[in-house]
Design a protein around this ligand. Structure first.
Ligand code: GCU
Length: 354
């Protein structure tokens, strides 16, 4: 594995002169590079967010939780913007940890969301459908949130991954106001393109105590240098709207990237981060996702942690590594967000945050 890491020749996250004391400066520098070259810069947060309850079910999920749908609202340069968010909060005398799950579909979030199990595990859930923020289309940034901010004519204007990530931070603004939620246990989760989004969200917004990426692959958890399956050329051709324009210059020139995706994971440090892969998800490339975790570990070690704690070889199907601040598992099967994946995320959070 070490040899393979050497072969990939990744730029270091801990550069000469970086110490535990000036780590936050290096972290900001990495986020700046990722914004400028890959995802685009996001605007400042709004002064305030507000919420209007649009639906309330007091005894949801067999009476175990309250389900509330809100319209989350905030001012933008072009007027008020609003999108729906669903909250499921178990009845409890104690403050609860919360997953903010960026979803492909509206509540009750379909095949990827075992909501009752999440509730039974003592976790609250806040979720929104990413398309309610802005369409997942190359639409010249004309839909939803994209149309609410003036678009600068630079190569680093925000792409849609940045927009969805920024929207999850607006949900974070709102849940900060809820008494039922433990502010030190709020985690962001996403699958695939929304796993890329969850990592970018967590990297930028330190109010998230942890971020979880499931099968996020290319331009998510997986390092691009030496990556198999999807490459930068594939992703910027099929999904140009996910990124800023500058990212296109790296197609077939991965070795010229002034960063790699392990910067995204290391930008979480010292906070925990979890990466899940699936054996048959060769488009995402589990090996490159795992290597990224290994390469990001130096940041955690610098800060007195351990990073990824695994065996010193590539994981076998079914391996779960949850000891370090970087958690990882390799599930059997295909590209999917399964119950098994959620169970591992919950186990990991229970272990690191109780
Ligand atoms: C496509 C894309 C991936 C992405 C996936 C998804 O397969 O190439 O990069 O992760 O869609 O979001 O489901």
């Amino acid at each position: 594995m070490l040899q393979e890491l050497k072969r990939r020749d990744l730029p270091p996250v801990v550069t000469p002169g970086t110490t535990a004391d000036n780590w936050q400066q290096r972290r900001r520098e990495m986020i700046e590079i990722l914004a400028r070259e890959e995802y685009g810069f996001s605007p400042e947060p709004p002064d305030h967010v507000s919420a209007e309850t649009t639906f309330l079910e007091e005894r949801a999920w067999a009476g175990k939780a309250e389900h509330r749908e809100i319209a989350l609202k905030f001012p933008t340069p072009k007027g008020e913007f609003s999108f729906p968010v669903d909250l499921v909060i178990p009845y409890s005398d104690e403050k609860l940890p919360l997953f903010i799950y960026i979803s492909f579909t509206k509540y009750p979030i379909g095949k990827y969301g075992p909501i009752e199990e999440i509730v039974d595990s003592g976790y609250a859930l806040a979720t929104f459908c990413y398309k309610d923020v802005t369409d997942d289309k190359d639409d010249d940034f004309s839909s939803g949130l994209a149309a609410m901010y003036p678009r600068e004519n630079t190569g680093s204007a925000w792409g849609k991954i940045s927009m969805w990530a920024w929207a999850a931070s607006r949900v974070m603004d709102y849940v900060q106001t809820l008494d039922a939620i433990d502010k030190n246990r709020i985690f962001v989760v996403g699958h695939s393109r929304l796993g890329k989004t969850a990592l970018w969200c967590g990297a930028q917004d330190p109010r998230f105590s942890a971020a979880v990426s499931n099968d996020s692959g290319c331009s998510g958890a997986a390092v691009s240098r030496g990556k198999e399956g999807e490459r930068i050329r594939d992703i910027v051709t099929r999904f140009p709207h996910w990124f800023c324009e500058n990212y296109r210059k790296y197609q077939d020139r991965e070795e010229e990237l002034p960063f790699d995706q392990h910067f995204l994971i290391a930008s979480m440090a010292p906070r925990p981060v979890y990466v899940a892969s699936a054996v048959e998800d060769l488009w995402a490339d589990p090996k490159s996702e795992f290597l990224s975790c290994a390469a990001a570990s130096s940041a955690y070690k610098l800060l007195g942690g351990r990073g990824l704690v695994s065996e010193n070889h590539f994981p076998k199907p079914g391996d779960v590594f949850q000891e370090g601040e970087i958690g990882y598992h390799l599930r059997t099967g295909t590209h999917f967000l399964s119950r098994y994946d959620w169970q591992q995320f919950i186990k990991y959070m229970d272990r690191h945050f109780k």
